[in-house]
Design a protein around this ligand. Structure first.
Ligand code: APR
Length: 179
């Protein structure tokens, strides 16, 4: 069951879905610094978008961890893809939380700059990059709520790939919004 809550003109949603199917202004790709595709959600997005996405990404020349880049959506239902590079989990003492938060904030800053009205995030870094799901959900929700104080999209979706991940994001959102 999807979870929806509105706060200060922003509709926050937590859903379980394949992010490549979402018809939003931008879906966020949990990429690597080469921006040349990979597995997980990165592979799914590139497969659904078609080869034009890779060609556009190659022209961008990569992306450092914690930063974000925007491209067209190509054959995706989404108009744009915002590519961001999360941290590889190394135990939590190497700046991972701050780098993960920067991914969410940089993605929302690009959405703001491009006047996008809706954005969907996967659970960045929680797959191949090994970031523990509970901690990642807390960082993600805190970073999104902080950045959403400044001209946010009207719709922000946490697009999880499992019920467990959705439950974590919903719980973090409920805690943050009731605090
Ligand atoms: N839709 C939504 N979420 C998805 C999808 C999908 N189609 N496919 C996978 N996910 C989820 C995973 O279940 C996980 O919760 O996305 C989250 C992020 O996992 P990864 O895709 O493995 O990304 P990440 O952990 O950030 O690792 C990035 O993996 O795919 C490579 O090129 C990528 O090198 C980079 C690394």
């Amino acid at each position: 069951m999807d979870f929806v809550v509105s706060r200060a003109e922003v509709r926050f949603e937590v859903i379980v879905a394949d992010i490549t199917t979402l018809a939003v202004d931008a879906i966020v790709d949990a990429a690597n610094s080469s921006l040349r595709g990979g597995g997980g959600v990165d592979g799914a997005i590139h497969r659904a978008a078609g080869p034009g996405l890779l060609a556009e990404c190659i022209a961008l020349g990569g992306c450092p961890t914690g930063e974000a880049r925007i491209t067209g959506g190509h054959h995706l239902a989404a108009r744009h893809v915002i590519h961001t590079v999360g941290p590889v989990w190394a135990g939590g003492g190497f700046g991972e939380p701050e780098l993960l938060a920067r991914c969410y904030r940089a993605s929302l800053a690009l959405a703001r700059d491009h006047r996008l009205d809706s954005i969907a995030f996967p659970a960045i870094s929680t797959g191949v990059y090994g970031y523990p799901g509970e901690e990642a959900a807390e960082v993600a929700v805190a970073a999104v709520l902080a950045e959403a104080q400044t001209a946010p999209p009207s719709r922000i979706v946490f697009c999880c790939f499992s019920k467990a991940a959705a439950d974590r994001h919903r719980a973090a959102l409920e805690r943050s919004l009731s605090a």
